[in-house]
Design a protein around this ligand. Sequence first.
Ligand code: SAM
Length: 252
Amino acid sequence: MAAAGDQTHFGQRTVRLDEKQSLVNDVFHSVASRYDLMNDLMSFGLHRAWKDALVAKVRPSLDRPFAHVDVAGGTGDVAVRVAKAGGPLTEVTVVDVNGDMLRVGEKRAARRAFSKRLTFIEGNAEALPLPDGRFDAYTIAFGIRNVPRIEDALKEAYRVLKRGGRFLCLEFSRVDLPVMDRLYDAYSFAAIPPIGKAVTGDGGAYRYLVESIRKFPPPERFAEMIGEAGFARVDFTRLSGGVVAIHSGWKL
Ligand SMILES: C[S@@+](CC[C@H](N)C(=O)[O-])C[C@H]1O[C@@H](n2cnc3c(N)ncnc32)[C@H](O)[C@@H]1O
């Protein structure tokens, strides 16, 4: 999020807004091939339950056309779940700024029966290469805190949704239980970067991940930002003691 003038955060560092995206891109180029394995290791597999909870809110139609877009979709984990949950007329577009992440996803999806209903597009959340009013639902999972101009990404989400369409964001949040917050901090800072280094060879990438979680706005403030982008009936649900939250808003 913009902190002052044209500056923002890259983990604990203050960087220029236009510098952040290339630093983020380096992180995901570096970890793309081991990204899915790292998710399982870091979250003890919990990311699967969190993504299932997100997709349960999408509720793609089983018999009518349903157009879904998953932004910062990476290796397509959320997109695959939406395609599986929906009917034969559910189509899912995955957008990510990083071609390496998309290629891992495309390769994985090719083996699935519903692969024809998935489209992978390289593009930026801040300027989506997609038409206005096209989608019934928009998801972004563990993506928005990497985007330099969060407000622009929210405006774009609003633009590409149909009236009656839903915005859903799954993101790391703030642990709000005493004791658990300290355990979570100790685990994140002491364990995640070394595990990341052992698995992907890049401990710095995972230090960025841990730090960027702390820099992301608290859930109440993020909900306000979603409202400021034009969404109505904004709310959020904390999962796993606040480790993550799902924010929701409607384009009415
Ligand atoms: C932590 S991964 C999440 C991937 C996937 N959504 C998941 O939950 O497994 C973050 C993704 O955000 C993408 N990303 C970062 N900045 C972006 C931007 N400005 N526009 C689109 N995608 C972006 C990265 O390339 C990366 O694939």
